[in-house]
Write a protein that binds this ligand. Sequence first.
Ligand code: GLU
Ligand code: ZN
Length: 483
Amino acid sequence: MTGPRVRFAPSPTGFFHVGSARTSLFNWLFARQTGGTFILRIEDTDTERNRDEWHRGIIAAMAWLGLDFDEGPFLQSEFLFDHVASAEALFANGFLYACDCTREQIDERIKGNAKPGYDGHCRERHVARSDATALRFRVPDTGTTVVHDMIRGDVEFPHDSYEDFIVVKSSGAVLYPLANAVDDRTMEITHVIRGEDLLPTTPKQVMMWEALNHCPEVTPVPHPLYAHLPMLVNEQRKKLSKRKDPVAVESYRDQGYLADAFVNYLALLGWSPRGDDEIVTRSTLVEQFRLGDVSHSPAFFDVRKLTHVNGEYIRALSIDEFIEQSAPWVRPWTTGWRPGDREVPWTKEQFSEELFAKVAPLVQERVATLGEIPAMVDFFFQDEVSFDEVTFDKTIANDPVGRELLRSAITTFETVQWQASVLHEATLWMGEALGMALRKSQAPIRCAVTGRSVGPPLFESLELLGREVTLTRLRDALARANA
Ligand code: GLU
Ligand code: ZN
């Protein structure tokens, strides 16, 4: 007996949804922990969504997250023959019957019925099959189907709430519930781990699985266990919306979330590690994760918390790792990859690896995503300061004391020893002489040199920029205010 076999079976949508990422991760964790097999099967049979680049997107996103699969990628469309063969077996053994009713006829007949949906009209009519007939599954009139769910326990679905559903359309297309179950049988899947939104279809799949096991020409396959993962919701406790909520994993990658931080956060969506610390390594996740401990209540996808977790991961990097990880955001020309459409605010010629290595420790403490770095350090590499006009007006143009401070800084900074602590001291007493608190006396200098009101520690930055550049910027800012 080999270990469990699980699969991640996304339908391509053009981007990788955070819900898919969570499903993929929980399958991966379960497989890695149990020594099982993790399979990627792309369910591409909806032909409109069958685009090569979309498949590549799924594979790339999983690679970024470090979710490696052991078998696949398979495409569901490779197994069309099996889907048809299984449908034929079900038909030959009386589990499916042909139905030639049109939508209008059905609607007309079922008006006012207590039980919604198809009324079983063709069950015993023995309609001849043609290109106008669909095949429906004969749902037993009484009894229940039980779904054995590792998270929810046994969930019972009474048969009288299911209509005789369509399995094969009149076009001959085998619909997703059967195709998906047939592939799970072929791949000998032991645990179906997927989103809660699919739970209503599961009893249909269990019924068809059971029926296939009763077809003499089909090899019986034991039923898998199910695990339906809790829904992801937004702040309003509504199901995440593709349009309104930021759900694309690629956009988090492009903003500079670290894959490890993202994986750690995803693991918290419906599950939590033992102990108080939610920030745990990937190997701890593999070790501690239990499907049975996954909660069934909806999980809030909280971007703020994700960002917090990411900040913690960034601060935990060694300085060399931090510099390495920042590369696509600060010197994409060396990595060959630029995140999304992001432009770097300096040229290759303006950038200095050496200077960035010195600046890096100052920003590592202050960013929550790598994407925040360029705007925080652009003044080191750009020749001209890009001013935030509101800050400029507030701290320099409309503040005579601020301009006074810049004037004394120009004189003082010409001669003091060029060292952060000395510059700090000097600014303190210049400000004091003008009746300003330190925070206020820093503001016009910061604005003149960096263009902004926030950034890395000011005096360390001045030390790195050097006396000449600092003095020029102080003078230029004054001139700009007087212009
Ligand atoms: N491809 C379907 C989906 O993404 C089914 C997934 C599954 O059964 O895991 O919704
Ligand atoms: Zn019918």
